[in-house]
Design a protein. Structure first.
Length: 92
């Protein structure tokens, strides 16, 4: 149904503009709740698929590792060729 037709039919059903507005606000709140629930379900599905593909890494003594530079984590704090990692460090 087109929005214009729905608006005209809504005006015929509820003559009071205040009541009509209140019902629209209630519908909007319900739609937002449904959308939030769907978004939470979507996020949990994406986390499941991501976690399924990721694997836990175990480090051993004498392995070389890099450490993330949190000071340059933001896009504004580094240039293209600045290193984003510290290291390498050896695990003892």
């Amino acid at each position: 149904m087109k929005p214009v037709i729905a608006m005209i039919q809504g005006e015929k059903e509820e003559p009071n503009a205040l009541i009509r507005r209140m019902t629209k606000v209630v519908e909007l709140s319900e739609n937002r709740d449904k959308l939030r629930d769907n978004f939470i379900i979507y996020q949990s599905k994406m986390k499941f698929f991501f976690d399924r593909k990721s694997k836990e890494i175990e480090f051993n003594v004498a392995d070389l590792v890099l450490r993330w530079n949190t000071g340059r984590e933001d896009n504004c704090n580094h240039r293209n060729f600045d290193p984003l990692w510290y290291g390498p460090f050896r695990i003892f």
